[in-house]
Ligand binder design. Structure first.
Ligand SMILES: [Zn+2]
Length: 229
């Protein structure tokens, strides 16, 4: 079920699923009833109330949604909450989860950080929203994603993204232009005063993880963050 799971602060946990948790996305042609059943199994494994884990409609945009108990599933690529459990789904993009401290309790965020998101600053937008909600001492955990030695892109695209985020400039292990999204995420977060406490393995190189580049039609794994007693 979980590739990695840990209680990162007293009463706050972070986890990333592996392919044994199954596909968790409704938009990849899978049977919706099966997906909802897997999401329930994930909630059960995390000790969450069924239906409490919040998912978003991810569109590679820059919208960050502040989640309240009655907020419907947003069309966004980042969610921020004051304790509500959040999920982000990926297959090669970075599932980033963040936790900050605030007087009223932890402030949480889940961010879908793909190539457009890194280039357009989705992580920084989420950090800004967290700080607006009172968060300080923010830390980030970057889940499994395609690595800088595997993520081959056309030379023009590498130049375009690296012009925005220089640390993304990379070369594949076979010598062609590539982008290193985890390096880009780390440099953006650290420049914003956010420490990165974990970075997951490469999805393309790891058979127990979903990879869009490896498989084309594939499931989505999830990064989740939640507070608990
Ligand atoms: Zn790799």
């Amino acid at each position: 079920m979980f590739l990695w799971r840990t209680e990162v602060r007293p009463g706050v946990s972070v986890a990333f699923t592996d392919s044994h948790a199954g596909n968790l996305a409704l938009h990849v042609g899978d049977n919706p009833a099966d997906v909802l059943q897997r999401r329930q199994a994930l909630e059960h494994a995390a000790g969450l109330v069924p239906g409490s884990l919040r998912f978003m409609e991810q569109v590679h945009g820059t919208a960050v949604e502040m989640m309240e108990p009655d907020t419907p599933a947003p069309t966004a690529d980042a969610m921020v909450s004051q304790g509500l459990p959040l999920a982000v789904m990926v297959a090669d993009c970075i599932p980033a989860v963040l936790v900050g401290e605030a007087p009223g309790g932890p402030v949480l965020a889940a961010v879908h950080a793909g190539r457009p998101g890194i280039a357009n600053g989705i992580l920084l937008a989420a950090v800004g929203k967290m700080r607006a909600a009172g968060a300080a001492n923010i830390c980030a955990w970057l889940g499994p994603s395609i690595c800088g030695s595997c993520y081959e892109v056309p030379a023009e695209l590498r130049a375009e993204v690296a012009a925005q985020v220089p640390s993304t400039w990379s070369t594949t292990s076979w010598g062609t232009p590539a982008l290193d999204l985890p390096a880009g995420a780390r440099s953006q977060l650290e420049a914003a005063g956010v420490s990165v406490d974990y970075a997951g393995p490469c999805t393309l190189e790891n058979e127990q993880l979903f990879s869009y580049r490896r498989s084309g039609t594939t499931g989505r794994l999830a990064g989740i963050v939640w507070s608990h007693e």
